[in-house]
Design a binder for this molecule. Structure first.
Ligand code: ATR
Length: 272
């Protein structure tokens, strides 16, 4: 039986085993997918063990994505630019391919909700690992402009420079953003996790704006609640991105694209 695993620390909260089990059932794939707690500093040993005992592929979550990046013997372009790997696959020739499916997961979720990105103005709040992982897939959708803003401006500037060969991308200070020019606003900061707002002006929330919080939970996130109260036309949370990135990993491993909608509904139901 083909073996897959997700490595992380902590890992008990991971929904990946459930998501991939549902995908496997949906597409009639014979495979197992388990969660494995890895001690800090123990990623390489865990990955070596897994692949030498016949493991076919794994997901990697916090805090091992950078270690997985270094572990891979070959990288996809999007993983190279993300600087982090959330998916490894052992190829037939023994190469360990590292990919990052987070950004495509976000894009696919937006597409599924009929959110057009081509020609649109996107604001990305945050400049940490979560932001970096989604920039190339967002630029691939050919937005008119991608603006990165962050509490620490220099980090947004570094990302804008890194990605400038790939599309229209610029950095801006939080305080300089007061004109309501954005079509889609994506919050990649962890602020919602502590009930905080990322610090953008209320004026950016127009009646047509679509807001996306990469965080998710059983209740509406702090950022999305704020945006809804200010009249945003649509708010989406990161559960769809979670399922989307899993679908992309599954596709890389099995060559089949599972349906994300039904799985997202099931997750939403059990989280209530
Ligand atoms: P991740 O990998 O999840 O992106 P990270 O690399 O620690 O985590 O980055 C967290 C991001 O959230 C950063 O952009 C951080 O802003 P700073 O670079 O200024 O630290 C942002 N962030 C976290 N808490 C925030 C808050 N309360 N308000 C605004 N931004 C916040």
């Amino acid at each position: 039986m083909d073996k897959y695993v997700v490595f992380g620390n902590p890992i008990a909260q991971s929904k990946s085993p459930l998501i991939h089990t549902l995908f496997a059932r949906q597409t009639s794939q014979t495979m197992t997918y388990e969660a494995q707690l890895v001690p800090l500093g123990g990623f390489q040993a865990a990955a070596d063990d897994f692949f030498s005992s016949g493991g076919r592929g794994c997901n990697i979550t916090v805090p091992f994505k950078e270690e997985a990046f270094r572990y891979a013997t070959q990288l996809t372009e999007r993983a190279k630019l993300a600087g982090a790997v959330n998916t490894l696959k052992k190829l037939d020739d023994g190469v360990i391919l590292g990919d990052n499916t987070d950004g495509e997961g976000l894009v696919q979720d937006l597409i599924q909700h009929q959110v057009e990105l081509k020609g649109k103005r996107i604001l990305l709040i945050g400049a940490g690992g979560a932001a970096r992982g989604v920039i190339l897939p967002l630029l691939a959708q050919q937005p008119a402009q991608l603006t990165i803003t962050n509490r620490t401006l220099s980090k947004a500037e570094q990302l804008a420079e890194l990605f400038s060969p790939y599309g229209q991308v610029e950095a801006s200070a939080l305080d300089d953003l007061d004109a309501p020019v954005f079509d889609v606003i994506i919050n990649s900061t962890s602020a919602s996790l502590s009930g905080q707002l990322p610090g953008i002006s209320e004026q950016l929330i127009t009646p047509d704006v679509i807001c996306y919080d990469m965080v998710y939970g059983s209740a509406t996130t702090t950022f999305n609640q704020w945006a809804q109260d200010l009249g945003a036309v649509m708010t989406l949370d990161g559960l769809g991105m979670l399922v989307g990135q899993a679908a992309e990993s599954f596709m890389l491993w099995r060559g089949l694209r599972p349906g994300a909608k039904q799985v997202q509904r099931e997750l939403r139901r059990i989280m209530q």
